[in-house]
Design a protein around this ligand. Structure first.
Ligand code: AMP
Length: 351
């Protein structure tokens, strides 16, 4: 495994969640938590966030047990941890938020430890876009930057959110949020609007309907190689990401068909116990896999989408991070292969 680190900023939370399968009270949650644990299956992770004194020591011990560097996780004396409460009824893709208590996140000013600043892979998980920008301002060596968000910030800080989007390489967003942000019902057109802000890739998560990746042609002239144009992280894409042209897919034209570069199925689960954190787990798996390979080619990004889907499909099989806690690399490898079988189809004879 390469030693490239994934730097992740976002919420670290105690979640109260109710689903048709039951409920969890003040269980470990938060966007940075899910994505860090998912990424840690592939690469070393550095987490940036804040918790209160009420954050149970066992949760901290769990993050450390996954090899996650917690130097950037501040603990505020006398403070209360971010708390989110939500329910899912019927549509398991859509949480109904009952409470969002920012608590220690209200006054949080992220200061990256010196050792974090040179991280090559940076994921701005769901949190106040102003905090995402502050983290982005401090990284010096990023080769791939990505961000995620949710309806709360789309409604509350849309301009800051667009600014973050204009400064990253990859935007993760779910279908409902993409429509909310752009006011556009058609996802192809909505994704094009976000791509026009600047990110090379827009990855739309569609819950039980899988995920699709849109990409932007053509590369800016200063970027090498011309595909893909990953230049925003502070460095121009260069040879290490495209050794021998390996992985630059020829299976679609510039920018894909209608801008669509890849569509991944979702894993057919008969029962979803708790969808919380599926999107964060998806993004964490994606970033961790990319960091472990260091290869920024279309083909590798496609694999990363499938790894993200794989991790997310496990996460929804139990409350909180309970399924990820007992997940093994062998299970990940097996389900990745199943994903491959699901979408395989032969050339047609009918012409
Ligand atoms: P997801 O299901 O992927 O949308 O993410 C769920 C996680 O996001 C939960 O664990 C929550 O703690 C966290 N969360 C909920 N609301 C917010 C918010 N406004 N900002 C940051 N994180 C949030």
């Amino acid at each position: 495994m390469s030693q490239s680190h994934v730097l992740i900023v976002g919420s670290v939370a105690l979640d109260s969640v109710q689903t048709p399968s039951g409920k969890a009270e003040r269980a470990l949650g938060g966007a940075a938590t899910y994505s860090s644990v998912a990424a840690s299956f592939f690469a070393p992770v550095r987490i940036v966030g804040v918790v209160g004194e009420d954050f149970p020591a066992e949760h901290l011990a769990f993050l450390k047990s996954r090899g996650i560097d917690t130097e950037g996780l501040q603990i505020v004396r006398g403070g209360k941890t971010f708390h989110w409460a939500g329910t899912y009824e019927g549509d398991m893709n859509q949480a109904n938020t009952l409470a969002t208590e920012l608590n220690v996140f209200s006054d949080f000013r992220p200061e990256l430890p010196e050792s974090y600043k040179s991280s090559e892979f940076v994921f701005l998980a769901n949190i106040d876009p102003e905090l995402q920008l502050k983290v982005l301002d401090q990284v010096t060596n990023a080769k791939l930057t990505a961000m995620d968000t949710m309806n709360f910030w789309i409604a509350g800080k849309p301009d800051k959110l667009r600014e973050v989007m204009s400064r990253v390489d990859v935007v993760f967003i779910n279908d409902a949020e993409l429509r909310q942000l752009t006011g556009e019902a058609n996802l192809v057109r909505a994704a094009a609007q976000v791509r026009a802000l600047g990110p090379s890739y827009v990855i739309v998560k569609k819950g039980e309907h899988g995920a699709v990746m849109y990409c932007t042609p053509p590369a800016p002239p200063h970027c090498t190689p011309p595909v893909p144009p990953l230049c925003k992280g502070g460095k121009e894409a260069s040879a290490p990401f495209d050794e021998g042209g390996k992985g630059v897919s020829t299976s679609f034209g510039e920018g894909g068909i209608g801008g669509l570069c890849f569509a991944a199925a979702s894993y057919p689960l008969e029962e979803v116990i708790d969808p919380t954190g599926a999107g964060d787990t998806f993004a964490g798996g994606f970033m961790g896999y990319i960091a472990s390979t260091g290869e920024l080619t279309h083909d590798n990004l496609r694999r990363a989408v499938v790894y993200g889907s794989t991790l997310a499909s496990f996460n929804v099989q139990d409350f909180s991070l309970n399924r990820l806690k007992r997940l093994t690399k062998a299970e990940i490898a097996e389900r990745y292969e199943e994903f491959k079988r699901i979408v395989f189809f032969e050339e047609t004879d009918a012409r």
